[in-house]
Design a protein around this ligand. Sequence first.
Ligand SMILES: [Zn+2]
Length: 372
Amino acid sequence: MTRKAAFIYSDELSTFVLPDSHPMKPIRLQYVYELLRDYGIFDLPEAALVEPRPVTDDEVLRFHKPEYLEYVKHVRTGDIPAFGFGPGDNPVSDGLYGAMAISAGGSVVAAELLAAGGFDRAFSILGGLHHAMPGHASGFCVFNDPVLAIQELLARGMKVAYVDIDCHHGDGVQYAFYDTDAVLNISVHESGSFLFPGTGFVNETGTGKGTGYSVNLPLYMYTGDEVYLWAFREVVPPLLEAFAPDVVVTQLGIDSHHRDPITHLGLTIQGFSEAVSDLADTAPKWLALGGGGYDVYAVARAWTAAYAIMLDTQLPDAIPDAYTERHGVTTLWDHDDLSEFAPHQKDARQYAEKSILELQREVFPVHGLRSG
Ligand SMILES: [Zn+2]
């Protein structure tokens, strides 16, 4: 069955300027949009291009502190950094609030579309900024739009599961829902032993009535498609089926890609897409968000593939000529030699097995699943 899928996009965020040295390149969002457009995806009857709106103060204040919101609203280039801002990951600049309000607003709009009933699926590539905390910026993230979108869905009476496949642990989202069983929160990521933010270990399972509702699957450096998909399938689909959400919110960061310059996993676009297809199969309604991704063409190809999955459509591997002429990218799928990752797959498998056994022992019984 083909289902209507909204794509939330505005070039307002693509043109936001960060220092050249910053790994986050907002222009990547425009490269995604262009690739989808050049493939003709927006001509499909099930596709709908939707404009975001800025997030409101009330929406931000569901998670963030008032003094933090005030700071973000009024900060200008050259101001004294505070609240986690400063040179490095989270620089302040003119236009920061406007861009971040659109990023978060896109995710809330996606939630509204699903709750209103006209769409079964919605994708906002503007969001997925999962590290932001109530009172400080972290890891290139200012407003935690996954949290704001989930809260919008909860407020409308929907049962929500969150699955975060960004290479980094979704620490801000985990923080927001750590003590509640209202949200099942699963993060699959490169282990915090090797990568920012240094959290997301298996024993972080939640607290109080939230115990067993925070699920972390940390993976070894260099983990490739085969081990990744095996581990993902051992954990994610069974828990989603047991929890039976009305809507699955997914953070689809593609910094797990083998070419990503700031992380160490070894996924291909094909492997990423298989995981996304599995999520599609387990999501009655599906709100997808962007996230990390610092190889701009891995981002363009991965999120194009993801939106095609949302529309149940197949795309040819050959990138449309017009796009290739502008960007030099020729194929949607990866055809790289990944032999440098091969020697590490045994260690990757053992590391994943250990994580899975512990999850099956500690978390599965909470959801009525057999342990191991
Ligand atoms: Zn990331």
